[in-house]
Design a protein around this ligand. Structure first.
Ligand SMILES: NC(=O)c1ccc[n+]([C@@H]2O[C@H](COP(=O)([O-])OP(=O)(O)OC[C@H]3O[C@@H](n4cnc5c(N)ncnc54)[C@H](OP(=O)(O)O)[C@@H]3O)[C@@H](O)[C@H]2O)c1
Length: 323
């Protein structure tokens, strides 16, 4: 597996998002299934694993930590905290420490390589968060820190206080809003960019059917690209990916990931899957190299294709979860 650098951390070019093992796509998997899948990912060269305190109320951290225990010193482990409201600077430091200690306990470790602020509300100055992160880095409890779904302005302000290691935000062929400002800012400042939902929550794999149905707190119930009309309307995009996949002896998912890997070596996607063969497929995208001509053709064809539907934080919140 090729590696990339995000800030001071060396990680596999494709990581693994663990969220779906516990929430977001119907029933989660068992601890032993999760361990089998995460260890297989490691055996295939994956060294970058992503979880959050909020995934299944901490259960996802427990399952990820248990799976990684024997290989803990060989991987980069990222988790996230969320704080809302308007805490004072002193309350903020205390609250973040309490949350980090709880995460470390669930993960069964004494530090994480990467600690993200899961959302960046305007009610808390980013400088205050960044100052606390600097203290945690000095104490060795975290090696680096990041923001998720931050604006360019928030990134620049935070980075000036304690340099960011990574920004993790939604990015895929179907959601390119951060190309305008956030991704160029990350490149300029030497911050890694970690696309979440890089397969557009599975849409880009081409394995979604218009008559698939979803129940409970499944994100595909509220992500409008899964609306039946939109599935049909987005077919030209899948035709494009399938065409390139055939040409390259790859799959649509691999072309989707190879496309973003081609955009810059500071970009490290973290696709998630509950199936080992799909994890293997997704990690295999690191070996699918697009030539400049192929990349240019994909870009120019994409420019002619309209995308129907999207994923928004507001829609996900209607399910009562933070993804
Ligand atoms: N920071 C944030 O706010 C935030 C938000 C969302 C996600 N994340 C992180 O990003 C990670 C990935 O994002 P995500 O789960 O939202 O979206 P994703 O990785 O784009 O898609 C996951 C979905 O695609 C399916 N899938 C994956 N690979 C496949 C393949 N090769 N063929 C067919 N289906 C495939 C999975 O189903 P199966 O399991 O059935 O294969 C699952 O339904 C999460 O695990 C989480 O760690 C972070």
């Amino acid at each position: 597996m090729r590696t990339r650098n995000i800030g001071p951390l060396e990680v596999s070019a494709v990581g693994l998002g663990a969220m779906g093992l516990s929430q977001g796509y119907g029933a989660g998997v068992s601890g032993s299934e999760a361990t089998g899948l995460i260890r297989k990912a490691f055996d295939l060269g994956c060294t970058f694993f992503d979880t959050a305190e909020g995934y299944a109320a901490g259960a996802n951290e427990e399952l990820t930590g248990a799976a990684l225990a024997p290989i803990r010193d060989q991987v980069v482990l990222a988790t996230k905290f969320y704080i809302g409201g308007s805490p004072t600077r002193a309350e903020l430091g205390k609250e973040i420490r309490t949350r980090l200690d709880a995460s470390l306990s669930r993960l069964g470790t004494d530090h994480v390589e990467l600690y993200y602020q899961h959302r960046v509300p305007d009610s808390i100055p980013v400088e205050d968060i960044a100052a606390v992160m600097g203290e945690l880095i000095d104490e060795g409890k975290i090696l680096g820190w990041g923001q998720s779904q931050a604006t360019e302005k928030q990134i620049r302000r935070a980075h000036a206080v304690t340099p960011l290691t990574a920004v993790q935000s939604e990015y895929s062929i179907m959601e390119r809003m951060f190309e305008q400002d956030v991704i160029p800012a990350c490149e300029e400042l030497g911050i890694g960019f970690v696309p979440f939902s890089p397969l557009a929550t599975g849409f880009l794999t081409g394995r979604i059917a218009a008559d698939d149905t979803y129940t409970g707190a499944d994100v595909r119930r509220v992500i409008t690209r899964f609306d039946k009309d939109n599935i049909r309307a987005n077919q030209p995009l899948l035709d494009l990916l399938t065409g390139f996949a055939e040409e390259k002896g790859a799959t649509p998912a691999q072309i989707s990931l190879a496309w973003m890997l081609h955009k810059g070596d500071f970009i490290v996607p973290i696709p998630g899957s509950r199936r080992i063969e799909r994890v293997e497929e997704n990690l295999g995208a690191a070996e699918v190299e697009l030539t400049a001509d192929e990349f240019g053709r994909i870009e120019s064809e994409l420019a002619r294709i309209e995308i129907h539907g999207n994923r928004t934080d507001e829609d996900i919140a209607r399910l009562g979860i933070l993804d």
